[in-house]
Design a protein around this ligand. Structure first.
Ligand code: C5P
Length: 228
């Protein structure tokens, strides 16, 4: 189970990130997002690789196809295990991202569906007049048609996606909150056990672990809760 929990290293200082990696020695997958990447990405990814950890580079690319092609190519220097693109970037952008990654069999591109911080009303405000669950299915379909089979979605959408497109699809789910932790800005949340039960392949967990007074204890507590 420890290989299916991805720790989101959303911190503002390299030493904090390094301490988290050191404390969480049973965790194998770490997500480096915009906050950490822009400030100390090179150092952090270097450290993760030194410690034999897998890197999830979460920069959520969305731009014209040619630019995303170049961004994915440039990302290869970090040997990421996972890398994210927004599915809303469209078919050509998805194809170009995959083409850029085709030389790296160890890299999986994840298509981001709808951010777990967004509700139906938030979507309407951005001009998308579809409920989140329908928009997510539509975006997955677009990804699948263009060669992706791994997606980031809310745990609420695991069942609808797997029912519609099959169990082989890989689903990575943020928006995970153990009952004992604060929700923060995540609106569509599940407990770790529920997300695994529904069929999540990987859980992304940030603040419930990284902002806990004892991150290693929080990580172990989550593992135990899932296993029970
Ligand atoms: O701290 P928390 O557990 O909410 O962290 C969740 C992580 O997952 C954050 O790094 C966030 O950027 C990421 N994420 C998300 N929703 C998505 C895609 C990624 O929350 N749809």
């Amino acid at each position: 189970m420890n290989n299916r929990i991805i720790i989101a290293l959303d911190v503002d200082d390299f030493q904090k990130a390094r301490l988290l990696v050191d404390h969480l020695h049973d965790a194998t997958l770490f997500k480096v997002g915009l906050q950490a990447f822009l400030k100390f990405g090179n150092e952090l990814i270097g450290y993760l690789r030194e410690k034999d950890k897998k890197v999830f580079l979460d920069l959520k690319f969305k731009d014209i196809p040619n630019t995303v092609y170049g961004a994915v190519k440039s990302s290869l220097k970090y040997s990421p295990h996972f890398l994210t693109i927004h599915l809303s970037g469209g078919a050509d952008m998805i194809k170009k991202a995959l083409e850029a990654a085709s030389s790296e069999p160890g890299l999986t591109i994840l298509g981001v569906t709808i951010l777990t911080s967004l509700t139906n009303n938030d979507l309407i405000e951005t001009g998308i007049n579809l409920p989140t669950d329908i928009a997510v299915l539509q975006l997955c379909e677009l990804g699948l048609k263009n060669g992706l089979n791994a997606f980031v979605c809310s745990p609420l959408e695991i069942e609808p996606i797997k029912d519609r497109f099959g169990k082989d699809i890989i689903l990575v789910t943020p928006g995970i909150r153990p009952l004992w932790s604060a929700r923060g800005d995540q609106k569509r949340v599940f407990t770790p056990q529920m997300a695994i039960e529904k069929g999540s392949d990987y859980l992304v967990i940030g603040r419930p672990i990284t902002q806990n007074a004892n991150p290693a204890e929080a990580f172990q507590k989550i593992l135990k809760e899932i296993e029970n």
